[in-house]
Design a protein around this ligand. Structure first.
Ligand code: AMP
Ligand code: GLY
Length: 422
């Protein structure tokens, strides 16, 4: 089996390592991959958004299966092209289902239509009307750009002035381009957040072990929002009772809603949840594996990932076992100091030999003259699994300590909140 994996971050490195556990997998191409992924796959310099380039490469190499991991190529219809033009089976939703992440206005409409619990909201395509509405709201209020905005399209406005500014930037100054042509104004919800990734094939939904992300750059959830500075799994707020409620009120209804709309979702659907005093609510959907959630979820997966992915693409998920090991995992993201703003990179990295239950998933690095150099804000995820969450956190920080590069920065409190909640 020759597999093509679209993407080039820590999430893709994790997926690739897991796919390699299947002995049928002979070759993996990563488009574009990165300097660290190069140890596990053949990296090809085709951007994840270059759909023509991806299709041309897949045709030339006659790959047997494709995994499209990031949001942009999914929203752009990469799976449709690979399936329709080349007949290549894919893991990942088609364009008409990827819209569940690609348009927040669509996903809100879907949730309201099918009674899936989420924050109350209003949609606006006229900035004056949005501002008139915001004048009458309680604060904080949440303003969201409709389309993809590199994870930056959400503003929690503390005052009307802040809300007005957010609307002006999104709708008039177009800081996110067309993604901000429409905005949502949402009720501000409170409660712990949980990330649940689920395999879904339109007939069956199988949630994976739950996770907790740490989005802010600094300890104690201070500093700017980032792509994610670390994760733990399982998330202690996701009790069996909550899981049951989510399955009944959120996961199954979402799958059925997408089917009813003629938008069958096949792939990994990411439920961003908030456990509010009134029960679990959807904050957002993503049409893909989360990053860095994947780095803690897949190391706990006991079953074979490639078998599951093939089953999803054939809508036979019900026929395969999806088992997770007991215990916990922690991922500490090692970043370039300064991220998510300006940072220096290009520094040589030294990686330790890995022991049992230890993993390193490379997010931003390049190979130059045989040396691995830092090349990104988020550089590498140091991951460990253990029987307990406490053990996994301690062990992940030991791995993190052994990774050396100049300008290395990480949060020191990944998992602390989860431990306190237990
Ligand atoms: P999103 O990109 O939609 O996941 O939003 C990013 C972050 O903003 C979430 O992880 C939450 O922490 C926060 N957020 C989004 N929507 C709401 C809401 N309605 N109430 C409270 N916080 C929210
Ligand atoms: N960690 C959140 C995301 O992947 O969007």
């Amino acid at each position: 089996m020759h597999i093509l994996v679209v993407g080039g971050g820590g999430r893709e490195h994790t997926i690739i390592k897991k796919l390699k556990e299947n002995i049928e997998v002979e070759k993996i191409y990563a488009l574009p991959g990165n300097g660290g992924i190069a140890a596990d796959a053949e990296c090809v310099p085709v951007k994840a958004t270059d759909i023509d380039g991806i299709v041309a490469f897949a045709r030339e190499k006659r790959v047997d299966f494709a995994v499209v991991a990031p949001d942009d190529p999914l929203v752009l219809g990469c799976v449709d092209r690979l399936e329709d033009e080349l007949g290549i089976p894919c893991f990942g939703p088609r364009k008409n289902a990827a819209i569940i992440e690609g348009s927040k206005v669509f996903s809100k409409w879907l949730m309201h239509k099918y009674g899936i619990p989420t924050a109350a909201s209003e949609t606006f395509d006229d900035p004056d009307k949005a501002i008139a509405y915001l004048e009458k709201q309680d604060y904080p209020a949440v303003i969201k750009a409709d389309g993809l905005a590199l994870g930056k399209g959400v503003v929690i406005a503390q005052t009307f002035e802040e809300a007005k500014l957010a609307v002006k930037e999104m709708m008039c100054d177009k800081v996110f381009g067309e993604s901000g042509s429409r905005v949502l104004v949402e009720e501000f919800m409170t409660g712990p957040e949980v990330s649940v990734l689920a395999f879904m094939d339109g007939k069956t939904v199988v949630p994976m072990v739950s996770a907790m992300d740490h989005k802010r750059a600094r300890d104690n959830d201070e500093g700017l929002n980032t792509g994610g500075m670390g994760t733990i799994a399982p998330n202690p707020y996701y009790t069996e009772e909550v899981a049951k409620e989510c399955m009944e009120k959120i996961f199954l209804p979402t799958m059925h809603a997408m089917n009813a709309e003629g938008r069958t979702f096949k792939g990994c659907l990411f439920f961003g949840l908030m456990i509010t005093p009134k029960g679990p609510r959807v904050i957002e959907y993503n049409c893909r594996f989360g990053d860095p959630e994947t780095q803690v979820v897949l190391p706990l997966l006991k079953s074979d990932l490639f078998t599951i992915m093939q089953a999803v693409s054939q809508q036979k998920l019900a026929d395969v076992k999806v088992k997770f090991r007991d215990g916990a995992a922690c991922c500490v993201v090692l970043a370039s100091d300064g991220y998510p703003k300006k940072y220096a990179s290009g520094f040589e990295m030294t990686l330790p030999e890995l022991g049992c239950d230890e993993h390193l998933f490379v997010a931003g690095a390049k190979l130059e003259g045989g040396k691995l150099l830092t090349a990104g804000g988020r550089v590498i995820g140091a991951v460990a699994t253990a029987d307990t969450l406490e053990g996994a956190i301690k062990h992940a920080y030991e791995v993190a300590e052994k990774v050396k590069f100049e300008n290395k920065y990480c949060r020191k409190d990944i998992g602390a909140r989860a431990l306190a909640a237990k």
